[in-house]
Write a protein that binds this ligand. Structure first.
Ligand code: MG
Length: 548
């Protein structure tokens, strides 16, 4: 059977605007990114996910688009994009891009035509109401900031629907013309060299809120249509959903393996931070027990932090309070009453042991890992910036001016780099970490290499193992007769236990050895088929059961 590349890829997420500035105007661009492709290839990245780079008034960091078929002139041209995607391919890296079609900017020509002429074909691209719906105050994505989901448009003389900001009008997914536009947009970028799409705000894209429900098919069926379209144009293409799903919603999005290919595992992400806060593995075990199995060729995306707040909205109120207390106790660190607007390293107290533990979990839990730029260095945040911009500061390349991000005067930068304190660019930067064999960057480069030698973590059947220690998370992934184990100590004390090496409790063959994948040591297995294990505080091991 063909292997699915995305089930064992290392995906690296970056924003072109804040990654590397090639022309010195203070804004990152495709030329600058092109100069850093060797860095990403050296990190063993398989796929670069680009956040939106389309023309935009930038009222929501580019998630408010005015032209789906172009590149914002501040970050480059279509020519620059094609050169970038071709060169990334040449270095063995695929490119995925953000597909933001839940809404457009109200500056988009479609919306401008829709509001100015009720007879325009673009009118039905959006969701309108002549009266203010009674539930207008409910359901906004940005509680506390956005107080309604229906805004009156004087020119259109009607209310338009928006889940997000009032400058982001929802597209009407039931309109066949809108679906045709999405086919054209995805087809366009597939032909310019991308392999797939991170589908922004997917549950909102397919909802029917504000639309006549009569005679409508199940909106999730649209995912089958979209999947069929992209897969027909490019066999290896992939849809990666931003969908913060409850366990019971999962089958609606994956179908029989004929809808989306992957989805970010928000459910496990939130329970993982609860587990780290409690120093107890059980929330992770419980989260996986609640999730239904995925169809064989589908996958979860494992992640630690994203470009948004750490969303804890799926936890119980008391659980969320525990995570707030541990990782974001100040009101300035919290956002929308549901999340934490900090980067990973400050949340974990810049503690190397806990940073390694968290990354080791992301790399070994069932799924495809997605790294966020800068986390490989342990970059910090800037809480003086508004909302989610705190975690969107420029990449820190050197100890020089602007952290090597740009040669522009500081006042012209897209966002100010973190300059001071333990996370400032004079201390935390690529150049310094490349020189230091013990740096987080060099550690991560080594473990990614090991991860690639253990594809079972991405494709194997996962079994959770009871070690009798609540702070220890132990699991094994099997492909045929090939087995890898990952064991993690979430506690602050040493943990000693015996790890059973056989699935059915049968004694292992005498004389077998266990290979410690990260330390490159071999250990004898005890005669009763157990491996004697001792983990230091926040310690972790990856093991491979050697075949005789
Ligand atoms: Mg520039």
């Amino acid at each position: 059977m063909a292997e699915h590349w995305y089930k064992n890829a290392i995906i690296y997420c970056l924003d072109v605007k804040t990654f590397a500035d090639g022309n010195g105007d203070g804004i990152g661009d495709f030329v600058g990114l092109g100069h850093r492709l060797d860095y990403l290839a050296g990190l063993n990245v398989d796929c670069i996910w680009l956040q939106p780079f389309y023309p935009s008034p930038m009222r929501d960091n580019g998630y408010d688009i005015t032209d789906y078929y172009n590149v914002d002139p501040r970050v480059g041209t279509l020519g620059d994009f094609v050169e970038f995607s071709r060169r990334a391919r040449d270095k063995g890296m695929r490119v995925m891009i953000d597909l933001v079609v839940n809404h457009t900017s109200i500056d988009h020509p479609w919306f401008q035509a829709a509001r100015s002429d009720p007879a325009s074909p673009y009118r039905e691209y959006y969701v309108w109401s002549e009266d203010q719906p009674p539930d207008a105050a409910e359901g906004t994505v940005f509680p506390g900031e956005q107080h309604t989901t229906w805004t009156w448009d004087r020119e259109a003389k009607a209310y338009y629907f928006h889940r997000f900001y009032n400058h982001q009008a929802e597209l009407n997914i039931t309109n066949p013309a809108v679906r045709r536009e999405i086919e054209k947009i995805t087809g366009f970028w597939l032909h310019l060299g991308v392999t797939g799409f991170r589908v922004d705000a997917l549950p909102f894209l397919i909802e029917l809120k504000g639309l006549p429900q009569d005679g409508q098919a199940d909106p999730h069926d649209y995912l089958r249509e979209l999947r069929h379209h992209v897969q027909t144009l490019a066999g290896d293409s992939c849809l990666m959903a931003e969908a913060n799903l409850l366990p019971e919603q999962v089958p609606d999005y994956f179908g029989d393996g004929d809808k989306i290919h992957m989805s970010f595992n928000f459910w496990v992400n939130q329970h993982l931070f609860l587990a780290l806060a409690r120093k107890d593995a059980s929330p992770i075990l419980k989260a996986y027990a609640e999730l239904p199995p995925l169809p064989a060729w589908c996958q979860w995306n494992n992640f630690l932090r994203s470009h948004d707040e750490l969303d804890l909205g799926r936890l119980q109120d008391k659980e969320r309070e525990e995570v707030f207390r541990a990782f974001g106790p100040e009101p300035s660190m919290q956002l929308y009453g549901r999340g934490i607007r900090r980067r990973l390293a400050p949340m974990l107290g810049n503690d190397r042991r806990r940073l390694e533990l968290a990354h080791s979990l992301m790399l070994t839990l069932p799924g495809t890992p997605v790294l966020r730029y800068g986390d490989e260095l342990g970059m910090g945040d800037d809480l003086s910036l508004p909302d989610r911009e705190s975690v969107r500061t420029p990449m820190q390349w050197t100890a020089g001016a602007n952290g090597g991000f740009s040669t522009a005067p500081p006042e012209r930068l897209a966002l100010p780099p973190v300059a001071e304190g333990e996370f400032g660019y004079p201390t935390v930067n690529v150049e310094a970490q490349r020189r230091d064999p013990q740096s987080l960057l060099n550690w991560l480069e080594r473990v990614i290499r090991r991860r690639k030698e253990c594809p079972e973590f991405g494709t194997g059947a996962c079994t959770w193992i009871d070690t009798g220690r609540p702070e220890v998370l132990a699991h094994r992934c099997d492909v045929g007769d090939s087995t890898v184990f990952a064991i993690h100590n979430l506690g602050a004390r040493r943990a000693k236990f015996l790890l059973p090496l056989s699935l059915d409790g049968a004694p292992a063959t005498p004389g077998r050895t266990v290979h410690d994948v990260l330390a490159d040591h071999r250990h004898e297995v005890q005669e009763d088929g157990h491996y004697k294990c001792e983990l230091e505080p926040w310690g972790y091991r990856w093991l491979r059961c050697a075949r005789d």
